[in-house]
Design a protein around this ligand. Sequence first.
Ligand code: ZN
Length: 233
Amino acid sequence: MFFDPFYFLFAIPGMLLGFWAQNKVKSTFNKYAKVRTSRNMTGAQVARALLDAYGLHNVNVERVAGQLSDHYDPRGKVLRLSESVHDSPSVAAAGVAAHEMGHALQDAEGYSMLRLRGAMVPAVKASGALGPIMMMAGFAASSFIGGNIGMLLMYVGIAVFAMSAVFAVVTLPVEFDASKRAKKLLLAEGIMEKDEIKGVDKVLDAAAWTYMAAAIQAVGTVIYYIWRMNRRR
Ligand SMILES: [Zn+2]
């Protein structure tokens, strides 16, 4: 009774875009992982050089397991780079390392969107499993018991989904800004030549689409549940 083919109508655009973007990231990264930079610096060296150039000596660079698992940890002040970024002197590695450095700079400057996003993390994590449960309980309660308890549960469920959607949308400016900074940093610090930056552009653009897809999917889910709730009335 909980399966609804209409769900796919709302979810499919984001899902398709997500699949496409994931593939695009992998293929673009792999392509530019084979292109060496003229300065021949590994991702770790690029990150260290940029961090030091901006006085962020307290931020450590570490190697982390996995593929495309690169991230900046604002709590621990650690820039974690995956193996294929950390140890590779490629255009792709330099681009990803500089992007993560962009996040470290956002953190150092107290960039508002990063702060907002960080403040939302605990609530989004805690409520991750709650939304679907609330919705299910809400639909069940409203059909078996009927009335206010069901509606209340559905409202709570929608609020939880809405929070995840806002989180996904707030992530967009944070990611776009980090990529913009990355390209500027690589040029300004002389780590890359102007004609090399094209590859960085392509890798970071592909990554940006994965965040777009996640946001579209999250917003689509909220719209679906609001639509479904209205349909029941
Ligand atoms: Zn990022």
